[in-house]
Design a protein around this ligand. Sequence first.
Ligand code: GLC
Length: 458
Amino acid sequence: MTTTTFEDTVNQFVLSKEQVQKIIDGLTEELVEGLSTTDPKNITQQPSFITRLPTGKETGLYLAIDMGGTNLRTAAVHLLGDGQVGVTMEKHEITEKLKTGTGEAMFDWIADCTATLLKSVALDMGNSELQMGVTFSFAIQQTAINRGRVLAMGKGFGLSDVIGRDLKDLLEDGFVRKNLNVKVSAIINDTVGTLVSHAYVSPSTKIGVILATGTNAAYIENTSEVTKYNGPSCDKMILNTEWDAMGKSSYLPQTKYDKEIDAKSHVPKFQEFEKMVSGLYMGELVRLALVDLIEQKAILEFLNGKVPESLQPRLSFKTMFMSTIESDHTPEHTGVDKVFKTTFGVEGLTPEDRSRIFRLIHTIGLRAASMTAAACVALLLKANGATVQLDNPNEITTIGIDGSVFEKYPHFSHNMLEALTEILGQERGSRIRLELARDGGCIGAALVAMVAHSGGAV
Ligand code: GLC
C-alpha cells in the first residue's frame, strides 16, 4: 500500500492560508473588473434591474417558474401581504434529452408544465392575461427587468438555437404555441431570487448564494460603481455576480483532476470556479482521484490496479455518495462499504481502504466549503461600507443560501462558517449569519414580478 501516493493525492486538495487569500484577491479583482467590462465574453456582474427589496406588504397572485440545473419548478404564488405567502408548487425533472435538445422542445415542455399547474390550481384562465415571474438558473445578459439574452449555459446543458436569444421571447413563443395567455413580467437569476425571497423573511440579508448543481451569488451594489450599466438611473441595484464563471489559473488552486474535469466538460475554460466546488462536479473529483489511487494500488490493492467498470463512466460517483459517506461517523466508516457495495459492486475493502476513502472525500468537501467561504468574503469586502457594515457591532449581515450542497452535505454550513471566521477574524465573523434560504426561485420570481409592477425595478 503506497502511502506517499495517497498522501500526495489528498494533500493536493488541502488549501493553505496563502492559497485562500489568493482566491479572495483574484475574485475581488474579477468582481471589480466585471463592473466596467465591455467584453461580451465576460458574463460576470450582471445588472438585475431590481432597485429595491420587497417590503413584505406586496399582494397579488403570480405564476412563477424556476428553471434549475436539475429540475423545473412551476408555482402559483399568492402574496398575502405582511410577509405571508401561499404557494402551490410542482416539480418536474429536466431529462438529459431535453437538456441537449432544441430550444423549441424545451420551451414547449415548459409551457406544458405551466398548463399542468394551471389545471392543478384550477386557475380559470378566462381571457385575463396571467403575469409570470421567471427564475432562470443560467447566465443571461439582462437588458430589462423582464428581458435578457441567454448566454453560455453550462451545467450539462447544450440547447441548440437559444444562445443569444431573448428569454422572454423564447418563453412567450412557447406559451403561444400552447395557447396559454401568460406574459413574462420579470426574469431573475436564481441567486437574485434567493436574495429577494430571503430578505423578505430575514431583513438583514444582503447576499444570496446558490450551492447546488452549480454555484453563484447575488449582492446589492451602488449603481454608481456599475459603470457598464447605462439604464434608467437608480441608487442601488442587485447584481448577479456569476462568480461561477470567475476563476483564472493565476489564482485558482487547480489540481490535475480539476483540469481534467474542465477539459472534458461541455464548455472548457468556462465556469472554472464552479467546477471546483459545486454539486455537479465534486463527486467527479472524487472519482478521478479514486481511479488514480486504484491504478497506483494505493487503495483497493486486491483489484491489482484494475478500476471496476462501474467506476469508469464520467460523473458516475455522485456528490450525494460523498454525503452518505461523510454522514457516517462510525470509526469503521461503514458508509464507504455501503456505497462501494451497493453502487459499484465492490466488496472486501480493508479498514485502511475505508479510512483513506473517507479522508479523500472529507478533504474535497472541506476544500469546496473553504473556497465558497472565500468567495463570500470577497463579496462582503466588496460591499463593505456600502450595503454591508462589517465593523458596526450592531449590524448583522445575513447570507441566504439555497441548494442541495449547502442543505444536505454534512457539516458544509459549519465548515463554511468556520472558514469564513478564520479569514475575517472572530470579531467580524461573529456578525455574519449563513441561513438556509429554501425555494427562493419561485417565491423570489413572484416577488420581483410584483416589485416590477409597483415600480421597484427600472
Ligand atoms: C450556473 C449559472 C448561474 C446560476 C448557478 C446556480 O453557474 O451560470 O446563473 O446562478 O449555476 O444555479
